[in-house]
Design a protein around this ligand. Structure first.
Ligand SMILES: O=P(O)(O)O[C@H]1[C@H](O)[C@@H](OP(=O)(O)O)[C@H](OP(=O)(O)O)[C@@H](OP(=O)(O)O)[C@H]1O
Ligand SMILES: Nc1ncnc2c1ncn2[C@@H]1O[C@H](COP(=O)(O)OP(=O)(O)O)[C@@H](O)[C@H]1O
Length: 539
């Protein structure tokens, strides 16, 4: 079986049998805040799709596996692992796009691959209708004031309070930055990021299991369902366990000619739940966001190309558009992963403007705030049980190292299976250093590899036309290494990376004042490199 069929629509064809014969789907679902799967639900093949759609919020970090039962029926079991991410999303519109729906060009698979050729990329930037805010809106306070405390909250529907719209259903918001800044309406309960401190977030330092391998049928048609990156997961499948490998070896030599090839574990460390699906082998589908599409497309023709996931265009699955990109974990067997959100600012300037024009109170953000620090909300905010998104974002920035170092750790998952997304208060240099030391297990080789890669990245960033001409906000560096010493870093998440109106450029180091659009990305990278240098033996 080729890679194409891998992780595509499922049909298992036994020798002489029809598609789907004897297939059952066992979906193991765990609570969103804990990694290991808990409860098992067997779903008939036909029902799987809608089930998965409905449970999109738990569809991350999953893998495929197959076993052959004693009666020679091939059974595909799908284990859905609760993710380390935020709540579900259906689409991911770009910043400054009022319309959450979109009609993007959907390309065929042939087209997808031709789109990787930068010379053929003719798609003009559509995301550039972002006004230059400098000087256009008069005096703009850096910190957004909260609502009038005399206002009352009247119920679950959006309510106007002293000129603010109370947006109780934050879940209705776009994951691509629009939300809470006067964002546009989208279907209810579809979008929201799951805070790692919120009730739907992850428990800190949780551990989880990963299936090591996967299977393909070389002599039979086997496609896994697109909506379900899957894994087999049972309580005894602890990391490093070889028992499952044995089963698969057995299947490999079964009369059904199932063959296996190496399958890597996939983990989503941060971001919006339900945003990702498995693509063909080594590829990921990320829910479509026009801004991200534009960025990735341009990046394929920029010197930064080796530092971002390969991008293959827009694909449609179950009437949903996705950006198809490389899965950066594909070349790793047992990776340790870290997501660092770069920059000194985590919201776009245009979002501030929107927030002033159409302020919306966010109860979910208020709750996330209170969960971390009950004393954080002002009296007014307590009264309103809501905060404005910019206020929340700025609070997060000053609570963490974003404001002081220009980056923050969002999550770490180590090869030993432990994961930690509880870095909201990791603020000071020494705290960050301790977390980084733990991440690399004080392994100087890994440290050096990371440093080399980051220095290369910095060099390329400094000469990248793309970087110079974009405000890069909310983008992360994804660190991936394994014990062998292999260590890589990539830039990911361009959902809030927007072009500047020509001929403006940024140096990404100048401190931000509203209007200058600076994002502090390189300042953060300088600090990150400096801390890592400090960790070198003898430093
Ligand atoms: O990390 P926590 O504290 O949960 O806060 C999140 C992050 O700041 C998200 O930024 P990022 O996407 O850069 O991770 C942001 O998404 P966007 O600004 O992208 O939309 C979420 O806004 P909402 O999606 O509006 O909830 C916000 O709730
Ligand atoms: N190309 C990729 N390859 C592997 N993992 C990825 C890739 N892109 C994202 N991830 C995983 O998903 C997480 C969230 O990604 P991100 O793009 O920030 O999502 P969102 O836009 O929902 O915030 C990352 O922390 C990482 O763990």
């Amino acid at each position: 079986m080729d890679k194409q069929a891998f992780l595509d629509d499922v049909s298992i064809e036994r020798n002489g049998g029809g598609p789907g014969m004897g297939v059952q789907w066992g979906v193991v679902v765990g609570p969103a805040h804990s990694c290991p799967a808990k409860e098992e639900i067997v779903i008939p093949t036909g029902a799987k799709n809608s089930y998965l759609d409905n449970r999109g919020s738990i569809l991350n970090s999953v893998e495929d596996s197959a076993v052959a039962d004693s009666s020679d029926n091939t059974v595909v079991r799908s284990t859905l692992r609760a993710q380390m991410t935020k709540t579900p999303a259906i689409a991911a519109p770009c910043p400054n796009k009022g319309d959450k729906s979109h009609s993007s060009p959907v390309v065929s698979k042939k087209q997808i691959f031709s789109s990787t050729d930068p010379s053929k990329q003719q798609h003009e930037t559509q995301c550039s209708n972002i006004s230059d805010s400098s000087g256009s809106s008069g005096i703009i306070p850096r910190l957004i004031v909260t609502c009038d405390s005399r206002s009352s909250r009247t119920g679950p529907k959006a309510t106007a309070i002293s000129g603010f719209s109370f947006d109780i259903h934050a879940d209705e918001e776009s994951p691509c930055s629009d939300s809470g800044f006067g964002g546009s309406p989208i279907p209810p309960l579809l979008f929201r990021k799951l805070s790692n401190s919120s009730s739907v977030g992850l428990s800190p330092a949780s551990s989880f299991e990963e299936s090591e391998d996967d299977f393909t049928g070389s002599d039979m048609e086997l496609n896994t369902h697109p909506a379900a990156p899957q894994m087999l997961c049972s309580p005894d499948e602890i990391p490093g366990s070889k028992s499952w490998k044995k089963v698969k070896t057995m299947v490999h030599w079964s009369p059904f000619m199932v063959s296996f090839k190496k399958r890597y574990p996939w983990v989503q460390l941060a971001g919006h739940a339900g945003n990702f699906q498995a693509g063909d082998y080594g590829k990921l589908l990320k829910r479509y966001c026009e801004c991200e599409q534009q960025c990735l497309q341009k990046l394929m023709a920029d010197p930064l190309r080796p530092f971002v996931p390969g991008y293959y265009g827009v694909v449609q699955r179950d009437e949903q558009d996705y950006n198809l990109m490389d899965d950066l974990l594909a070349d790793f067997d047992s990776p340790s992963i870290m997501d660092c959100k770069m920059g000194s600012r985590t919201y776009l300037e245009e979002e501030l403007v929107k927030a002033r024009e159409r302020p919306q109170l966010r109860r979910d953000m208020y709750e996330k705030m209170v969960e971390v620090d009950p004393t954080a909300p002002t009296a007014e905010e307590r009264d309103q049980q809501g905060v404005l998104k910019p206020r929340y974002m700025q609070w997060r920035e000053t609570l963490s190292s974003t404001a002081t170092l220009g980056f923050r750790i969002e999550g770490i998952k180590k090869a030993d299976g432990t994961c930690n997304t509880s870095f909201k208060k990791t603020k000071h240099r020494e705290q960050v250093k301790a977390a980084l030391e733990d991440f690399v297990d004080r392994n100087p080789q890994i440290l050096k590899s990371y440093l080399q890669r980051l220095k290369e990245l910095r060099m390329v960033l400094e000469k990248s036309e793309f970087f110079r001409t974009h405000e890069v906000v909310g983008s992360s560096l994804l660190f991936v290494h394994e014990e062998t010493g292999q260590a890589q870093v990539w830039m990911i998440d361009f959902g809030k990376t927007v072009p500047l109106p020509p001929p403006r450029t940024l140096d990404h180091r100048t401190p931000w004042v509203e209007g200058n659009r600076e994002d502090g990305y390189l300042w953060g990278l300088d600090n990150l490199i400096d801390i890592l240098m400090d960790m070198l033996p003898g430093a």
